[in-house]
Design a protein around this ligand. Structure first.
Ligand code: ATP
Length: 459
């Protein structure tokens, strides 16, 4: 293991400049949806291709970090997020946003179904498998008509604060020890979420939902935030007043999120120097994950960000889906120089894969019994624990070094100040001596003049 251990500089060489991960997912057509003779949004390799339903000749290709077509499974989509979850195990905060027009599959991707669990369940399974000794907590809040409420605390109102490190103090975190407990908590919270039937979705989310997972391990903790945005749709005069109000709030808050993303992009191309978060409750809540920090002329985000662009190939929503794609392309241009232990993550991933394949080939060959397999599991967990301890140790050593350097610098400043005072004293003494000599010379001269006058007067 020792030859595999990475040094701090190797860890730093894992600095991520790739920015924000942008992934696209096109959901399958639903039964009631009209099928076009040709799809207006489809996947080729790593690109989303579009054909304008009003002019077949207008086609374009949009490349992203990963593209998932209608046949993709929840696990395949999760695999694109896995590295970020691994980094989260090493202490890098994660913001995962599901973005898209109404009925594009945001809620399905995040929460899934009992048979097809979504990103949230798959992420917590991955955390449990890789860090079995960690404790996991969850908090669920919704933002509805610009009001934030705690879905794990009977919808009690929360006040989003623009200046605090945690913009939502006082929200409830519940611990879960198993997938069943997680599902129970989610079921309870989502039953309180604002949902209603719209023209496009019989169960459209009318509120933004933010799910926070906290990993607590040893003395440290890290936070992951998953966001299921509310369904945005164009203004419809036929809607009820409350529906129009909801739609207008959703559109405005999404515009503010788009603006914050645009500000981040301009910041990374040096066209501006600030990002506005105060404009909506949504951006205020996301600030801890989006607030950039300028370090040595480059700016760093607080952690990893993953944006999933949810899309459908309905001709009716074509132009709104194009706007989603445009936001994705803009997001891809954001640079993030934050250090992520990605090399460590890759090492861990390969250890994980080797362990998995060894385990499956062993059980296939029936060459090992259950106790040997569990021994292997324990060995693997011990390796992971060692790896985690090593990361913790590196951080505490770095902390100690910084502290010592700070003390040294302070000592040097005090010493330098002391020397300066001494030098000033010496200079003042020299100056005083020079003045004294001058006065004495003047006195001698005056004495001489008096003596000459006295002689002249015959005294
Ligand atoms: N990948 C998928 N496979 C199968 N069905 C899907 C998939 N994605 C979405 N669906 C189905 O499409 C419908 C709309 O999905 P969903 O409610 O997740 O959309 P949404 O973007 O969250 O909508 P809204 O913004 O209105 O809340 C649902 O019936 C859902 O089950």
């Amino acid at each position: 293991m020792s030859s595999d251990i990475l040094t701090a500089s190797q860890l730093n060489s894992g600095t991520s400049t790739t920015g924000i991960q942008v992934v696209a997912r096109i959901r399958p057509s639903l039964q009631h949806e009209r099928q076009l003779a040709y799809p207006c949004i489809f996947k080729t390799n790593q690109c989303v291709c579009t054909t304008d339903p009003q002019n077949k000749l207008l086609t374009s290709e949009h490349p992203f970090d990963a593209v998932f077509g209608p046949e993709s499974t929840q696990s395949e989509v999760f695999s694109s997020l896995q590295q970020n979850i691994y980094n989260a195990l090493c202490g890098v905060p994660l913001l995962q946003i599901n973005y898209g027009v109404t009925s594009s599959g945001k809620t399905y991707t995040l929460f899934g179904t009992e048979q097809q669990p979504g990103l949230l369940t798959l992420s917590s399974q991955f955390i449990k498998q890789n860090l079995p000794e960690a404790r996991l907590f969850i908090s669920v809040v919704q933002i509805y008509l610009n009001q934030v409420s705690d879905l794990l605390n009977n919808c009690s109102t929360l006040k989003a604060l623009a200046t605090q490190a945690d913009p939502l103090p006082g929200r409830v975190f519940k611990e879960f020890r198993s997938e069943t407990e997680l599902n129970q908590l989610l079921k309870k919270a989502l039953a309180l979420r604002e949902q209603s039937a719209t023209n496009n979705n019989s169960q459209s989310s009318r509120s933004h939902c933010l799910i926070y997972l906290v990993i607590q391990h040893n003395d440290g903790q890290n936070q992951l935030c998953f966001v299921d945005l509310a369904g945005s749709e164009p203004f419809q005069a036929t809607q009820s007043k409350i529906c129009q109000q909801e739609s207008s709030f959703i559109r405005t808050s999404l515009l503010m999120l788009d603006k914050a993303i645009r500000d981040l992009k301009n910041l990374s191309s040096n066209n501006s120097n600030s990002v506005s978060f105060r404009s909506s409750q949504l951006t205020m809540c996301l600030r801890p994950f989006l607030q950039p920090k300028l370090v040595n002329t480059k700016f760093e985000l607080p952690g990893s960000i993953s944006l999933i662009l949810n899309l459908h190939s309905n001709a009716e929503g074509f132009y709104s889906n194009k706007e989603t794609l445009n936001l994705g392309l803009l997001t891809k241009e954001i640079k993030n120089y934050a250090k992520t232990p990605s090399r460590l993550g890759q090492l861990g991933q390969s250890v994980l894969q080797v362990a998995k394949s060894v385990r499956s080939s062993m059980s296939m060959n029936n060459s090992m019994n259950a106790s040997q397999i569990s021994e292997l599991d324990e060995e693997y967990i011990a390796i992971r624990r060692q790896e985690w301890d090593w990361v913790q140790e590196q951080f505490s050593q770095l902390g100690e070094q910084l502290y010592k350097m700070q003390e040294q610098v302070e000592d040097e400043i005090i010493e330098a100040r002391r020397d300066t005072v001494k030098e000033m004293q010496e200079l003042m003494e020299l100056e005083l001596q020079a003045q004294k000599d001058e006065y004495e010379l003047e006195l001698l001269e005056k004495d001489e003049e008096i003596r000459k006058l006295k002689t002249a007067l015959g005294l």
